[in-house]
Design a protein around this ligand. Structure first.
Ligand code: CA
Length: 230
């Protein structure tokens, strides 16, 4: 599990990193709002821990920019400002949870685990349109019809379905399915999306995998499954 910590107080940022690493997380740290948007925009993090008072963009602006870019990464906001109006502004901007400073590390850990769980670690299937992805069997099902997915097809489909219609950059798919170290290129993503489109059609699914130039892929539900080819 990979966490991005955004906190301009470097001592606190380091303490958070060390604490989370000691609990088995991989942690990157950035110290200002602009870097936060860039890093979180890579789509490789399972969670962002975000301070509100930051140089450049503040935590609210960072959250709004990420959500406007259809980035659904769970965001845990940290702040010394603990009145209700601030909390509401944070949640309105699209944060998932709000933890006032100072906090106990056990409380932080409980929040982190809750948000990561909520992201779907224990879910057994994900539905979109008329189609269900079975996470244990690695199959796509639509009514009576079912098709088995290869390991890579499954990973690509899972990420697309988890984002529930929001955009998923091609680089994110590449990094999360093939890993940064592999020799895979963006073409691999296109090939696997092609396989998946074929399999979706074969079971009469109304899911369409839409490609948006330079932005990546997202899912849409077709009006008529029969005309789903694109
Ligand atoms: Ca701060």
């Amino acid at each position: 599990m990979k966490i991005l910590v955004v906190e301009d107080e470097q001592l606190l940022a380091n303490a958070l990193r060390l604490f989370l690493e000691s609990r088995g997380f991989t942690v990157d740290t950035v110290y200002d709002g602009k870097s936060a948007v860039e890093y979180a925009g890579l789509g490789i993090y399972d969670l962002v821990i975000l301070d509100i008072m930051l140089p450049g963009l503040d935590g609210y602006q960072v959250t709004r920019q990420l959500r406007a870019a259809r980035n659904g990464v769970p965001i845990l906001m940290l702040t010394a400002r603990s009145d209700v109006a601030d909390r509401i502004e944070g949640l309105d901007a699209g944060a998932d949870y709000y933890l006032p400073k100072p906090f106990d590390t056990r409380e932080l850990l409980a929040c982190v685990n809750a948000l990561l769980r909520r992201q779907g670690e224990q879910v057994e299937e994900i539905a979109f349109g008329n189609t269900v992805l079975d996470l244990a069997a690695c199959t796509l099902q639509c009514g009576e019809h079912m098709v088995r997915l290869s390991a890579r097809e499954f990973e690509v489909m899972r990420l697309l379905m988890q984002t529930q219609g929001r955009n998923l950059p091609k680089e994110t798919l590449l990094a999360r399915v093939w890993g940064y170290d592999s020799n895979a290129v963006e073409n691999h993503v296109e090939v696997y999306v092609g396989f998946l489109r074929k399999k979706l059609r074969s079971i009469g699914s109304d899911i369409q995998i839409k490609a948006v130039r330079r932005l990546g892929y997202h899912l849409e539900v077709a009006e008529h499954a029969e005309t789903a080819a694109d």
